[in-house]
Design a protein around this ligand. Structure first.
Ligand code: GUN
Length: 230
């Protein structure tokens, strides 16, 4: 299966997991130890995370002038020309593009007490690599297309172990039970690589039910639980 989820056929049904209703709010001892060992902290998008690498090389932001519209696909060049790498020496109006680290790497973990990551998007495509466990992703494209797929090691059943979320596409994620029924042992541990490296200026949370509704119309009602961090 391709890492680029654009080619994924169909969509997995989207059902909110029942960790709250079942009052599963403490991850197993093993998972608590994992959170400690990896130095993970609660993330404001939901789940736990830790940045494990940030390149010390720098590059110009390809999204200069830096608004948060992820639809931009062509890097802007200094001097406003689309010709590569030849800033016009006559153009004294040009500004310096902000710098970014060339890459960052994180661990991201979902557990029963933090079982979902709420809708957000990044200007850059993000490479995801499954480390442990099982979960589900929901993507909302700028044209309102909704895609959902299961991340897990049962590749014969179409679960994926690598997935790339395109820049400008909203994503949310949630934990899936390993054994049919929710338990405090459920987990989803992944690695994420982003190029250029992560900065909040390149990142945006989905703001409101209205924004979701403007994108997906009537489907907003069944997806609105993915607007709120857990
Ligand atoms: N800081 C806050 N959120 C993030 C994130 O998603 N990735 C990285 N690298 N740093 C962050």
């Amino acid at each position: 299966a391709s890492a680029t989820i654009d080619s994924i056929a169909g969509s997995a049904p989207i059902r909110k997991p029942q960790y709250e209703q079942r009052q599963l709010n403490t991850p197993s001892e093993d998972l608590q130890q994992l959170i400690k060992s990896l130095g993970l902290l609660k993330h404001q998008e939901g789940g736990y995370f830790n940045e494990t690498d940030r390149s010390s090389l720098f590059m110009e932001s390809p999204y200069y002038p830096g608004h948060n519209d992820g639809s931009k696909t062509k890097p802007l060049r200094l001097g406003g020309s689309e010709e590569p790498d030849l800033p016009n020496p006559e153009d004294n109006t040009k500004k310096i593009a902000p710098l970014r680290n060339t890459s960052t790497l994180i661990h991201y973990l979902l557990t029963c007490d933090a079982f979902m990551g709420r809708f957000h998007r990044n200007n850059s495509r993000i490479i995801h690599i499954l480390q442990k466990g099982r979960g589900q992703y929901v993507l909302v494209y700028p044209d309102g297309t909704v895609k959902s797929f299961i991340v897990g090691f049962d590749v014969a059943r179409g679960e994926v172990t690598q997935w790339v979320v395109p820049g400008g596409v909203y994503k949310a994620s949630f934990l899936l039970p390993l054994d049919g029924e929710e338990s405090e042992k459920d987990h989803l541990l992944i690695s994420e690589v982003v190029v250029p490296g992560f900065e909040y200026d390149d990142h945006r949370f989905m703001e409101s039910y209205d924004e979701l509704h403007a994108l997906v119309g009537d489907r907003a009602d069944s997806l609105k639980w993915l607007l709120e961090a857990k």
